[in-house]
Design a protein around this ligand. Structure first.
Ligand SMILES: NC(=O)c1ccc[n+]([C@@H]2O[C@H](COP(=O)([O-])OP(=O)(O)OC[C@H]3O[C@@H](n4cnc5c(N)ncnc54)[C@H](OP(=O)(O)O)[C@@H]3O)[C@@H](O)[C@H]2O)c1
Length: 169
């Protein structure tokens, strides 16, 4: 039987929910970036067209599925396009785990469907134009958290959190 993939969001947001500014990440936090690469290594990615095109985007070397209403005629290697979420999930139906990489539109659309959140909280109020949706804490259990303080390479402290959706009942 074809497995139905587990869907995981991975994101980093400030305390005021900012995730981006003019299609860039609004911070430079190398150890958070390393965490992101380690968690997602070798996994398929699902993301919106703007995040895929962002200059600081991380692409999967294995498989990228991009949501867009306007697919190019000649996709890059390891890249497929889907015109809506159900077509994207159909393409990914044979996978065990899929990481949803954003951005704001795709997080908002897909938060209700995901089983796990790898959500880093950057401990700062940041100005931006792209936001992570409100997470209703009663639906989620915090299963892991790792704090990283300010140092020479990180101007903000941050917490790398993992939340698992609570099962109803
Ligand atoms: N901090 C983080 O963790 C993180 C992670 C990722 C991104 N970001 C930030 O998020 C921002 C980008 O977010 P965004 O909301 O502007 O863009 P986005 O979600 O990356 O991409 C939006 C585009 O994806 C396509 N799309 C989305 N949902 C679709 C659907 N259901 N069906 C078909 N196509 C769909 C559309 O493409 P077309 O216009 O081509 O139709 C839409 O314009 C950037 O600032 C980026 O830096 C932050």
């Amino acid at each position: 039987m074809t497995p139905i993939p587990q869907l995981y969001i991975i994101a980093a947001m400030s305390e005021n929910h900012v995730i981006g500014m003019q299609n860039h990440l609004p911070w430079h936090l190398p150890d958070e970036w390393e965490h992101f690469k380690k968690v997602t290594h070798g996994k398929p990615f699902l993301m919106g067209r703007k995040s895929f095109e962002a200059p600081d985007a991380l692409h999967s070397t294995y498989r990228n599925v991009i949501l867009t209403s306007n697919a190019p005629d000649h996709p890059e290697p390891s890249t497929e396009y889907a015109k809506d979420i159900s077509s994207a999930l159909a393409l990914l139906s044979g996978e065990n785990e899929v990481f949803i990489l954003g951005g704001a539109t795709v997080f908002r659309e897909m938060l209700p469907m995901v089983q796990k959140l790898y959500l880093t909280i950057v401990h700062a109020q940041i100005e931006g134009d792209a936001f992570f949706p409100v997470v209703d804490q009663k639906d989620w259990e915090l299963t892991n958290t790792e704090y990283h303080g300010i140092d020479d390479n990180h101007i903000y402290s941050f917490s790398m959190n993992v939340y698992v959706r609570k099962t109803p009942g």
